[in-house]
Design a protein around this ligand. Structure first.
Ligand code: XLS
Ligand code: NI
Ligand code: NI
Length: 438
């Protein structure tokens, strides 16, 4: 069989941290951390769109990437991407992939033609999955690139667009089921608005909810048992997107009776665009039992858009894995590298270097977070900080035994309020130690 990346061998772990070239320096697939192999803890996924379709174009110029499938006609290119993709994942030791319908097969002139293209490619993907043991983390539908989505997808003012989306998502769910997808994602890049002067926000939200109810019903009908996920993002491409962040998404899901059927796919760079840390959105989801899966990447704090860089910041990966371990680890979810190489990293090998950097960053983060949790120092600090809620008046308030009048009386006794220090700087230095020492 044709080899698409002949210059790269299977990427292996090396003890020698200074050895130049392409190796893992922290990621050891079979090493046990927290009772499970790193591979099972991290569940890495490759994003079909960035790794196999992206070529580095930006608003100022075309793509620069050299890719071994370039120059082929579109269906032949789609086929080549499948073989190249599975070779890539096998060489990287990545166990999962994620896709949009239009990444894996080109859109035809009609929905029927698009579906036929999908059927052809899905067969080849399935055969490659059987051969390699690589699995599908999630599928989704691209309802943002084609001009028909200019005013939105399920939130378009044009009901014909809503109908088209229903047909498209029906098929995307069917193929995700066929590929054994563990999740199905909704990311609403065009589900928002540019100006309220032309927008009926209430109707648009009602319609988005109607659409999601139809998806839930259809999943039941076809026996798709994957987890539905919402991927929040506050803006880009729309000025304002309805799935702004986890808290907003939760309010939407609860308001429309969808909260039992959805969890969240949380992307680092989307959380920061919403003005949060990545850990913040992970925590909000975890506290509400709605943390499903993760799009692993990082943004650039000096830029105001979704740069989708490979995640190499160890603070971020450590605190991310802290939240994941605290929720008991991934079940259906995983870490999908929704990340792209920089435009100047144009060589095919850069795809490998980039994923290795991300995998190493998360391996280190996993080890540091596990150690942090095993030692219990930080947890103990937090527990002690709230100790007043476990005794005396705190326990009584928590048990629902107090009211404004009784608390006024309690306060009138004039007992002094005693505080402890928050010790943020000390805790930050402890975090440093875990990262350095793991
Ligand atoms: C874009 C999103 C997208 C989703 C899948 O910003 O991250 O890539 O993950 O539609
Ligand atoms: Ni994403
Ligand atoms: Ni994104």
């Amino acid at each position: 069989m044709k080899e698409y990346f002949p210059s790269v061998k299977k990427v292996e772990f090396t003890e020698d941290k200074l050895q130049p070239g392409l190796h893992f320096r922290h990621y050891k697939a079979d090493e046990i951390v927290g009772g499970k192999t790193m591979k099972d803890q991290l569940k890495f996924g490759m994003a079909w769109w960035h790794t196999l379709c992206g070529e580095g174009n930006d608003p100022f110029g075309p793509g620069t990437g050299i890719r071994p499938w370039q120059g082929l006609e579109s269906m032949a290119q789609a086929e080549a991407r499948v073989y190249a993709g599975f070779e890539f994942m096998s060489k990287m030791g990545i166990g999962y992939f994620c896709f949009h319908d239009r990444d894996i097969a080109p859109e035809g002139n009609t929905l029927a033609e698009s579906n036929a293209n999908l059927d052809h490619i899905v067969k080849i993907i399935k055969q490659q999955m059987d051969e390699t043991g690589i699995r599908n983390l999630w599928g989704t539908a691209n309802m943002f690139s084609h001009p028909r989505f200019m005013h939105g997808a399920s939130t378009s003012p044009n009901a014909d667009v809503f109908a088209h989306c229903a047909g498209q998502v029906k098929k995307a769910m069917e193929i995700t089921k066929e590929l054994g997808g563990e999740n199905y994602v909704f990311w609403g890049g065009r589900e928002g608005y540019e100006t309220l002067l032309n927008t009926n926000m209430k109707l648009e939200n009602d319609n988005m909810a109607r659409f999601m109810h139809m998806a839930v019903d259809y999943a039941k009908e076809i026996g798709f048992d994957g987890q539905f996920l919402i991927e929040p993002k506050p803006k880009e491409p729309s000025k304002h997107q309805y799935d702004f962040d986890v808290a907003t998404g939760m309010a939407f899901l609860r308001g429309y009776g969808l909260d039992k059927d959805f969890k969240f796919n949380i992307e680092a760079n989307h959380a920061t665009l919403a003005g949060h840390t990545f850990q913040h959105d992970l925590r909000v989801a975890r506290d509400n039992d709605m943390l499903g899966s993760i799009d692993a990447n990082q943004g650039d704090m000096l830029l105001g858009w979704d740069t989708d860089q490979f995640p190499t910041d160890l603070y971020v990966s450590t605190l991310c894995m802290y939240e994941v371990i605290k929720m008991g680890g991934f079940t259906k979810g995983g870490l999908n590298f929704d990340s792209k190489v920089r435009r100047a990293s144009f060589k095919p090998e850069d795809l490998f270097y980039a994923h290795a950097a991300g995998m190493d960053g998360f391996a280190k983060g996993l080890k540091a977070a596990q150690k942090m949790i095993d030692d219990g120092l930080i947890d103990k600090f937090v527990e002690d900080r709230y100790a007043s809620w476990g005794r005396g008046i705190g326990a009584s308030i928590a048990a629902g035994k107090e009211d404004f009048k009784s608390l006024e009386k309690y306060t009138m006794q004039g007992k002094p309020i005693l505080h402890e220090s928050g010790r943020q700087e000390y805790l930050e230095s402890i975090l440093n130690e875990y990262i350095l020492g793991s």
